[in-house]
Design a protein around this ligand. Structure first.
Ligand code: ADP
Ligand code: MG
Length: 266
């Protein structure tokens, strides 16, 4: 049997890039020869199907959670080695779905893949905590701004509380301007390893307009290269896209103190 890794992609805030990361990490793992599957568990605001250009699929996670379909019928192949399980986008489907069945669905979806990546809803409610509880590991996502880091620190606190280990954090939409928080500082604040830094890249938005993962839209885009490097790291190879500059230290460490005060850590 293939040893699976069930990874929940999670963040405090929406719009930080969870779906972008779940999908492109999946594609990158597939391009490295691993079999990857993305489950859209953002039951209320599903958009994995948008990111991979799937229209009007007959069976989604909604139907599976409502007990109206088998999970096998909700798996769609995007490219070789990469499949997605989209979630429906209708409100009625959302109302019928019972998240409690998610654990069983996840167990079924592990079968035959190397990685199952769960795209989680943002926030700290029941629906967002469930994927973290089910997953083997959590991949945190934050943007290099204080609000996003604080919210993701709360997500990490939840993972710690539940006892799900944190694989690390991805800094997405990195700009490295003077206004953004340094990567090392974010790692220290979140008390976790920064496993990837994905630059702010206009090609990511263009790819979404074209309804394709950026890795399949433009392999040479800076974000695509960062995703390939991230997948390499995940499968135990040396990352290729590593810019010392991104990991530069900034002088002050006020941010971590500030966040720790908010989270009441010693
Ligand atoms: P989430 O799933 O966390 O809500 P999304 O993955 O849907 O976030 O991304 C939100 C928006 O940000 C989308 O328009 C997406 O194209 C854009 N985006 C995500 N990552 C990047 C990036 N690295 N560079 C530029 N735009 C990005
Ligand atoms: Mg999303």
């Amino acid at each position: 049997m293939v040893v699976s890794k069930v990874i929940a992609v999670a963040s405090g805030k929406g719009g930080v890039g969870k779906t972008t990361i779940a999908v492109n990490l999946g594609v990158a793992l597939a391009l490295h020869g691993k079999k990857a599957r993305v489950l859209d568990a953002d039951i209320a605001m599903a958009n994995v199907s948008l990111h991979v250009g799937l229209d009007d699929v007959p069976v989604t996670l909604h139907e599976v959670l409502a007990g109206d379909a088998d999970v096998g019928d909700a798996i769609y192949r995007v490219v070789r080695n990469f499949e997605v399980v989209p979630c429906g986008v209708t409100l009625s489907g959302f109302q019928k779905a019972t998240p409690d069945r998610l654990r069983d669905v996840v167990i079924d979806l592990i079968e035959g893949v190397d990685y199952l990546i769960i795209d989680s809803p943002p926030g700290l409610n029941r629906d967002s905590i469930l994927p973290i509880a089910i997953a083997e590991e959590v991949l945190l996502v934050a943007n290099p701004d204080i609000a996003s880091i604080i919210d993701t620190a709360k997500t990490k606190a939840i993972a710690d509380l539940i006892g799900t280990s944190v694989y690390g954090a991805v800094i997405n939409k990195a700009t490295f301007s003077e206004k953004s928080v340094a990567v090392t500082e974010i790692g220290k604040t979140l008390e976790t390893e920064i496993v990837a830094v994905i630059p702010e890249d206009p090609e990511v938005r263009r790819a979404l307009m074209a309804r394709r993962p950026v890795l399949l839209y433009n392999r040479k885009a800076p974000a695509s290269r960062a995703f390939m490097s991230f997948a390499k790291r995940m499968i135990g190879e040396t990352p290729t896209y590593y810019d010392e500059d991104l990991f530069r230290e900034k002088e002050e460490s006020i941010l971590s103190r500030f966040i720790k005060a908010i989270l009441r850590k010693k």
